[in-house]
Design a protein around this ligand. Structure first.
Ligand SMILES: Nc1ncnc2c1ncn2[C@@H]1O[C@H](COP(=O)(O)OP(=O)(O)OP(=O)(O)O)[C@@H](O)[C@H]1O
Ligand SMILES: [Mg+2]
Length: 499
């Protein structure tokens, strides 16, 4: 995985909500990377912060949300800091999202066809698209370097701000001398920060300048190329137009004249089509994508309203809309929860197929480990606003380490009896007062004293597998996973080897 390109990187994300009852700590220091072409499943109970995490990536959190920390890096930009305009370009274009309830993401009074072509027709300037295509790689390389530099500086600034705030908070119970020493320390820290900024800038600036120079050259080239293309098609168009006008003059009968007029109209349209994505072209593309997502008779369906579609078909439309912008990343938030089991399986299969064909990177959110098994390359298990364990799908299913992951695995319904074997005891915590230490300790029979006091760090299980549980501390007593889980693993491994 390490050699694969990271397409998205979420670092130390903290999201709170202001409510009348207090501050809800919905996402508490979440970090993960998404690699090119993979599906990362985020799994966890209701309220664990899955949707809030994905909404933060899409920039669609509600007004009472406070992003209290962290960054989300996509192509060299911190999505939490980009301008409204830039975010608009990214959201729904480079990153597409599919929600749980397809009805709420469709406009009930607009025909399906119009809803699918809308995005295409807003960004329809072919010259602009051509230009950004040419410069894209160099631009990202340059921006990535700047983003790395800014993140280093911001992280240092935050740690110094915290230090200063801490010193100031302690100042009231200090003697005069201590206060003076304290002030001196703060000054030194601040001076140290200035040096740090200088050094960090020096460290990155040469590289950044070099990349900027490359970018400048590419931009010039791109401008020239676009201008040449425009001049060429305009010249050819003028020539054809002139010829057709001559032909029109020479035409002797009414029929001939009509025929030439039609030719002129076609030429106008063809010319426009070389500079802009036309309505006709957008429709053609929409019909292709409708076919791609498995909608029969797309021509007829194009002119229908959402209510004329079944739940599964609506979800296909929502997927089609997300695909029109050719996104790089697709975020699916419980896209099949509202559907019955057979339709659910079809939609999952569709997402898997599209993902492979278009080489998309996918974040797939679900509370259903059965779905995870069908979709995931890697899995992040979330509990109470934190990722408690992450690893490859095999590592999470065959070598789970966190008691919460064990609990989730024990609660998968049995394939034959469809019965949930063991419900997770207790209820999810109140996120206004999240528990100290390991938040799952209150519900876990494996909890130790330290679990109630201190947040466990991520312990490494393998290069790709980490779990935040004190059970992995070398000093912890040896604990086996629940029988029910180890039995299942044994059986499924046996089945695998018999196949
Ligand atoms: N706008 C909001 N105002 C206040 N609290 C919110 C808001 N949105 C979400 N929350 C809270 O944030 C926490 C995380 O919610 P989130 O929607 O991410 O859960 P989830 O993991 O997606 O759950 P589900 O499986 O039910 O969709 C919950 O405690 C929820 O109540
Ligand atoms: Mg949700």
């Amino acid at each position: 995985m390490a050699d694969r390109e990271k397409v998205l990187s979420v670092n130390n994300l903290v999201v709170n909500f202001k409510t009348d009852n207090g501050i809800v700590q919905a996402v508490r220091d979440v970090s993960f990377d998404l690699y090119q072409g993979e599906t990362l499943c985020i799994v966890g109970e209701s309220g664990s912060g899955k949707s809030v995490t994905s909404k933060a990536i899409m920039g669609i959190l509600s007004n009472n949300a406070i992003i209290a920390g962290g960054n989300i890096i996509y192509r060299g930009e911190n999505l939490l800091e980009v301008s409204e305009e830039e975010f608009y370009k990214i959201r729904g274009h480079k990153i597409g999202m599919i929600f749980q309830d397809p009805l709420s993401s469709l406009n009930p009074i607009v025909k399906i066809g119009k809803q699918i072509t809308e995005a295409t027709l807003i960004n329809n300037d072919k010259l602009k698209l051509m230009y950004s295509d040419i410069i894209s790689d160099d631009l990202i390389r340059y921006k990535n370097t700047l983003a790395k530099m800014n993140i280093e500086i911001n992280t240092e600034k935050k740690s110094i701000d915290a230090f200063v705030a801490d010193c100031k908070a302690k100042a009231f119970k200090m003697t005069k001398e201590e206060k003076a020493a304290n002030e001196k320390l703060i000054k030194e820290k601040k001076a140290g920060y200035k040096d740090f900024v200088k050094q960090t800038k020096a460290k990155y600036m040469d590289k950044a300048k070099e990349l900027k120079a490359v970018l400048d050259v590419t931009e010039k080239k791109a401008k020239k190329q676009v201008a040449e293309y425009k001049a060429e098609v305009t010249k050819a168009h003028k020539k054809t137009e002139a010829e057709l006008k001559r032909k029109l003059k020479a035409a002797s009968t009414k029929e001939e004249r009509e025929a030439v007029k039609a030719e002129i109209a076609a030429e106008e349209e063809a010319f426009e089509g070389k500079l802009k994505i036309t309505k006709a072209e957008a429709k053609k593309r929409a019909l292709e994508i409708m076919r791609e997502v498995g909608i029969a008779e797309p021509e007829r369906r194009y002119n229908q309203y959402p209510f004329e579609f079944s739940g599964g078909m609506r979800q296909r439309i929502v997927i089609a809309i997300a695909l029109t912008a050719s996104p790089e990343i697709l975020i699916c938030d419980e896209p099949t929860t509202a559907l019955d089991v057979t339709i659910q399986a079809q939609i999952l299969e569709l997402i898997n197929r599209i993902k492979a064909e278009r080489n998309l990177s996918c974040i797939f959110i679900t509370h259903d480990l059965g779905v995870v098994a069908n979709m995931a390359d890697r899995v992040a298990v979330m509990y109470a606003g934190k990722i408690v364990e992450y690893g490859t799908a095999d590592e999470i299913f065959y070598d789970p380490r966190h008691p919460y992951t064990w609990a989730l695995l024990s609660s998968i319904p049995d394939v034959d009896s469809k019965e949930r074997l063991e419900a997770i005891p207790g209820t999810p915590p109140n996120m206004i007062y999240p528990p100290k230490g390991d938040a799952f300790a209150l519900r876990s029979k494996y909890a130790m004293n330290i679990d109630f006091r201190e947040q466990p760090p991520y312990f490494k299980v393998s290069d790709t597998h980490y779990a935040a549980t004190w059970l992995l501390d070398p000093k912890a007593p040896k604990v086996e996973m629940p029988k029910i889980v180890s039995e299942r693993i044994r059986i499924s491994l046996e089945e695998d080897s018999n196949e």
